[in-house]
Every structure is written in C-alpha cells, then in structure tokens.
Design a protein around this ligand. Structure first.
Ligand code: CP
Ligand code: NVA
Length: 303
C-alpha cells in the first residue's frame, strides 16, 4: 500500500525523528543531500495562493535532483475542467509524487484513492503537516531536545494548529491551545491526538495557555477561503494578539513562532514578530529542509 502524507499521523514517531535529523544534517552540509529524484517529476498543484509552500517545495525538488511542475489554481480547474481523479491519474503518469494545496481535505483523499504515487498535503482545510514538520525542525535547532517542552498555540483552531498538535504528540511535547468560543480545535482532532498519547490542554484565556510555555505559536485569524468572515473574526479574537504581555506569561526563554503570512497588529504585535525571540525567518526557511527530508522519506517508504 502506498504511503502518503495527508496529516502528521500518517508518519510515526520514528519517521518524524529520522526526518528531523536528516533535515538538520542536510541543512548543515548541503553537499551531502542525495539526489533520489534525478530524472523524475513532482507535481505541485495549488487551489490557493502560496509564498513559502510553493517556493520551498520547488527548491526541495530541485536540490533532490528532480523537476517540480507548478500547476496554478486557474489552469488546473479541479472538478471544473476535469475531475480531481482524472487530474491525479494523469499527473501520476509523469510524476513520482503529487503534492497539492486544496480547499477540501477530501480532494486529497480522492487523489489518494486513484493513484499509487505518494500524495503530499500542502495545506487543506484540516491539516498543514509540512508546516508542522518545519516547526519541529525549528524547535529542535533552537532548543536541542524538545521532549517535555510545552508549545502554546493561541488563536484559531486551524489546519496549522491541528498538525502542530499531532507533531507535539509524536515528539513528546505538551500542546496547549487557547481559542475563543466557536473557534476551538475540532473535538475529533483533539481526540485523535490524545489517542496517540499526546496531550491537548484547551483554554479560553490565552494567558492560561501561555503560562510555562517554551514556545508561543499563532496563525492568522482569517484563513484562506474565510475572507467573508473577516470582520466577525477580528471581533471574536480581541485579546488573543500575542504581544509582550502574553509573551511575558511564557517562560523567560520562550520563543515565538508563526507559520506566516502574518498580520501585524492582529494575531501578533509587530514588536513580537520582529523582536529578538521570534524564530519566524528560520522557521520559514526550514520549510525547504522539511520538504526535502519528507520527500526522501516517502520515496524510501514506497520503494
Ligand atoms: N506557511 C505557509 O504555508 O505559507 P504559504 O501560504 O505562503 O505557502
Ligand atoms: N490557516 C491558514 C494557514 C496559512 C499558511 C490558512 O489556511 O489560510
């Protein structure tokens, strides 16, 4: 059976550990990066905009010796020009991996159901596993051992929050989350994370979640596709801006993380994201290292 990556729990703790190790080793010594994709293509299908995911994926594929094929949202027309299944079957004829950013998570599952090349989730409504892998690499590079550390996520219970919760479970980190009513992490995701042995502590007061945290993390309040709800969301999230007061509630050496794009003055204060405890630029750079290690893992697992 082909192994895919739709959410972090498609991996296991051993694979995650190996992936972090390789990503950091290859980052430190680019000459040691293998070229298992030589002569092969990787399809990068996007239904939504992207800065980091598209660029980091393209460079990961190139440095592994392969050819990335970026497919724009307007040219692919999933289920408009032809069905998701027909697009996936066609791309699998040319490419060793299909990676896709979709509105509905179910679109990725439909791809998985018809191809025998690995499918990688580049962000769906439910998950953003490639981001979470980069986040783990960032925390490991900064702290060394991360087992037992506490990550507090403040804000909307998004795709990014969900994948982070799984990532913490697989690395022995505590996961705490504070969200306003109606914007919590979905219960079924919290249950799945707990079933894997992870912790999910849920709060409504962001100061309660931030207490004793090693890292504070946030994501936008209005995700792609939710633009019509922006005013309502801005009102609901008042008090959740990560500013110096909230950062001060965490441990003295706590760091700040954000998947980006960021909205200064909304989910994060400018002097926090641009301050000395922010790791957002190495975090963004680590997207490429994460993707490289992930692609090699999937190629090996499916060999
Ligand atoms: N963090 C992230 O996925 O960024 P992009 O939307 O720019 O790819
Ligand atoms: N939750 C955000 C993440 C962007 C990287 C979104 O889905 O738009």
């Amino acid at each position: 059976m082909t192994r895919h990556l739709l959410e972090i729990d498609d991996l296991d703790p051993t694979r995650v550990e190996r992936l972090i190790g390789r990503a950091l080793a290859w980052k430190a010594d680019p000459a040691s990066v293998p070229r298992p994709l030589a002569g092969q293509g990787v399809a990068l299908v996007f239904e939504k905009p992207s800065t980091r995911t598209r660029s980091s994926s393209e460079m990961a594929v190139v440095t592994l010796g392969g050819h990335p094929i970026y497919i724009r949202p307007d040219e692919i027309g999933l289920d408009v020009r032809e069905s998701v299944e027909d697009v996936a079957r066609t791309l699998a004829g040319y490419c060793s991996v299909i990676a896709a950013r979709t509105f509905a998570h179910g679109t990725l599952e439909r791809m998985v159901s018809v191809v025998d090349v690995p499918v990688v989730n580049l962000l769906s409504d439910l998950a953003h596993p490639c981001q979470a892998l980069a986040d783990l690499i960032t925390l490991r590079a900064h702290f060394g051992a991360i087992e037992g550390r506490r990550l507090a996520y403040l804000g909307d219970g998004t795709n990014v929050a969900a994948s982070l919760a799984f990532a913490c479970a697989f690395t022995g980190m505590e996961f705490a989350i504070a969200s306003p009513a109606g914007y919590e992490l979905p219960d079924d995701i919290a249950d799945r994370v707990r079933d894997l042995g992870g912790t999910v502590e849920q709060f409504s007061d962001p100061f309660d979640a931030a207490r004793d945290a090693d890292a504070l993390y946030t994501d936008v309040w209005t995700s792609m596709g939710q633009e019509a709800e922006q005013a309502q969301r801005r009102a609901a999230f008042v008090g959740y801006t990560i500013d110096h007061a909230l950062l001060g509630a965490a441990l003295p050496d706590a760091v700040f993380l954000h998947c980006l794009p960021a909205h200064r003055g909304e989910e994060v204060a400018a002097d926090v994201i641009d301050g000395s405890r922010s790791l957002v630029w190495p975090q963004a750079a680590n997207r490429m290292d994460a993707m490289r290690a992930l692609l090699v893992d999937l190629l090996e697992e499916n060999a």
